[in-house]
Design a protein around this ligand. Structure first.
Ligand code: ATP
Length: 237
C-alpha cells in the first residue's frame, strides 16, 4: 500500500500540558483512516498540527518527502492538505455559492473548478438548491455539508475532517457518513477524526485509537470494530 502521509513521534503541547504525546500514524493513499477516541484525547490537536495551525514541540509530518512541520499553514493548504474544522467555520454572511467559490481561491484552472462545482452539487443537491441563499440560514447539517463541499473545491489531496457528525440529528449523521464514503470512492485520501467511533470505523479502512494523547491501538477498521477493548470503551459493549 502506498503511504501518502507519515507521522513520526508527533508531540504538541499547550503551555506545559502535552496534549499529543509522540504519536505515529500513516495514511495510505486513497483510504479513509479514522482517528477515534474520547473527548479531550487529543484528536483535534493532532489534526491542527498536521495542517500547521499548531506547531508541534517535536516530531515530523512527512508528505511528498517534505516535513510539513517546517511550513506555515497556508503552504500546507497549497500542497493539498485541507482541513474541515470542528464547528464548521463557514462564512455565514456570504451565500452558499460564494462560500464554495472561496474554497477554490488558490486555483486558476477555471474549467476544472466549474466541473468540481458540478460534482459537489451532485454530492450535496441541497447546496445547489440553496446556492443563492445566505450560508447562515442553512441548518447545522447543511452547514457541515457546505464546510465539506468548500474544502473539496480546493481540490485537496488529503481531506482532514474534524468531527463532521458532531451535533447533528441521526438522519443527518447517516447522510454525512454516506457522503464521506462517496468522496473516498473517487480516490481521495481522508483522515477522519470522530467521537462517533462505530460509524467512523465502519467506513474506514484503517483506524487509530487515541487515549490521553497516545495511540493505544492501530488496526483495520473491521478488526477494531470487533476488538474487545474498543467494544468495551467506545461501542457500549
Ligand atoms: P474533542 O473531541 O473534545 O475536540 P479531542 O480529542 O479533539 O477532543 P483536543 O481538543 O485535541 O481533544 O484536546 C486535547 C487536550 O488538550 C485536552 O486535555 C484539552 O483540554 C487540551 N486543550 C485543547 N485545546 C487547548 C487550548 N487551546 N489550551 C489549553 N489546552 C487545550
Amino acid at each position: 500500500m502506498n503511504d501518502i502521509l507519515r507521522i513520526h513521534d508527533l508531540a504538541v503541547s499547550y503551555g506545559h500540558i502535552e496534549a499529543v504525546k509522540g504519536i505515529a500514524l500513516t495514511l495510505n493513499a486513497g483510504e479513509i483512516t479514522a482517528l477515534v477516541g474520547a473527548n479531550g484525547a487529543g484528536k483535534s490537536t493532532a489534526l491542527l498540527a498536521i495542517s500547521g495551525l499548531l506547531k508541534p514541540i517535536r516530531g515530523q509530518v512527512l508528505f511528498d518527502g517534505v516535513d510539513l512541520t517546517t511550513l506555515p499553514a497556508h503552504q500546507i493548504v497549497r500542497k493539498g492538505i485541507v482541513q474541515v474544522a470542528e464547528g464548521r467555520a463557514i462564512l455565514t454572511t456570504l451565500t452558499v455559492g460564494e462560500n464554495l467559490a472561496l474554497g477554490a481561491y488558490t486555483r486558476k484552472d477555471k474549467a476544472q473548478i466549474a466541473k468540481d462545482l458540478e460534482w459537489v452539487y451532485t454530492l450535496f443537491p441541497i447546496l445547489q438548491a440553496r446556492s443563492a441563499g445566505l450560508a447562515g440560514n442553512l441548518s447545522g447539517g447543511e452547514q457541515q455539508m457546505l464546510a465539506i463541499a468548500r474544502a473539496l473545491m480546493a481540490k485537496p489531496r488529503i481531506l482532514l475532517l474534524d468531527e463532521p457528525s458532531m451535533g447533528l440529528a441521526p438522519l443527518m449523521v447517516q447522510e454525512i457518513f454516506r457522503v464521506i464514503k462517496e468522496i473516498n470512492r473517487t480516490g481521495l485520501t481522508i483522515l477522519l477524526v470522530e467521537q462517533n467511533v462505530r460509524q467512523a470505523l465502519r467506513i474506514a479502512q484503517r483506524g487509530y485509537v487515541l487515549e490521553t494523547g497516545k495511540i493505544v491501538i492501530a488496526d483495520s477498521g473491521a478488526n477494531l470494530l470487533r476488538n474487545p477493548k474498543v467494544i468495551e470503551a467506545y461501542l457500549g459493549g
